[in-house]
Every structure is written in structure tokens, then in C-alpha cells.
Design a protein around this ligand. Structure first.
Ligand SMILES: [Zn+2]
Length: 92
């Protein structure tokens, strides 16, 4: 099911839930039964949590203008800890 948006010239916009791909170009207004046109709007991305929305925005931006580094980041890298099983191996 998907939510499709229609706009009645008398009553204004309303939503209709229909199976995906079955939305007609016109639909009967539930209030006045007049013919309402289908309208297209941006998806409701604002209901997404802020962290997810910012990741989506960053991913979209990286498609055309990816962030490129020009040098190795400064700072000390943490030394990797040896695997615990290595301490049980026989020593020469
Ligand atoms: Zn109407």
C-alpha cells in the first residue's frame, strides 16, 4: 500500500491509500464527491530522525562531490593490540 495525494478544487488536499502502481490520475473527493486531481509532492523526509536524515544528505552529496583528503590526517594512531591467542604460542 502507498499513500497518494489528491487535491479537490473545492475541499483541498486529501490522501488515499492504494496498492502501489494503481493510483488513477483522478479520484472522487471523499467530502463532496467531485473529481480531484492527483498531485505530486516531496516525500516526507522530515519525519526521519535527524541523524538518519543527515546521513542521507551526506550520502547524496558524496555522489557528485565526494570529500577528498589531500594529506594523511594528523594525530597519533592507536597501536593495534595483539591477538590474545598469540601469547599462548611457543616462544623460540
Ligand atoms: Zn471536495
Amino acid at each position: 500500500m502507498a499513500t497518494y495525494e489528491y487535491s479537490c478544487s473545492l475541499c483541498g488536499p486529501f490522501d488515499v491509500k492504494l496498492a502501489i502502481g494503481t493510483a488513477p490520475q483522478t479520484y472522487g473527493c471523499p467530502v463532496c464527491s467531485a473529481v480531484a486531481r492527483r498531485v505530486f509532492s516531496a516525500p516526507a523526509l522530515s519525519v526521519m530522525p535527524h541523524g538518519v536524515a543527515s546521513l542521507h544528505e551526506r550520502e547524496e552529496k558524496s555522489r557528485e562531490a565526494p570529500a577528498v583528503v589531500s594529506e594523511v590526517p594528523s594525530g597519533k594512531r592507536p597501536q593495534p593490540r595483539p591477538h590474545p591467542a598469540l601469547s599462548r604460542l611457543p616462544r623460540p
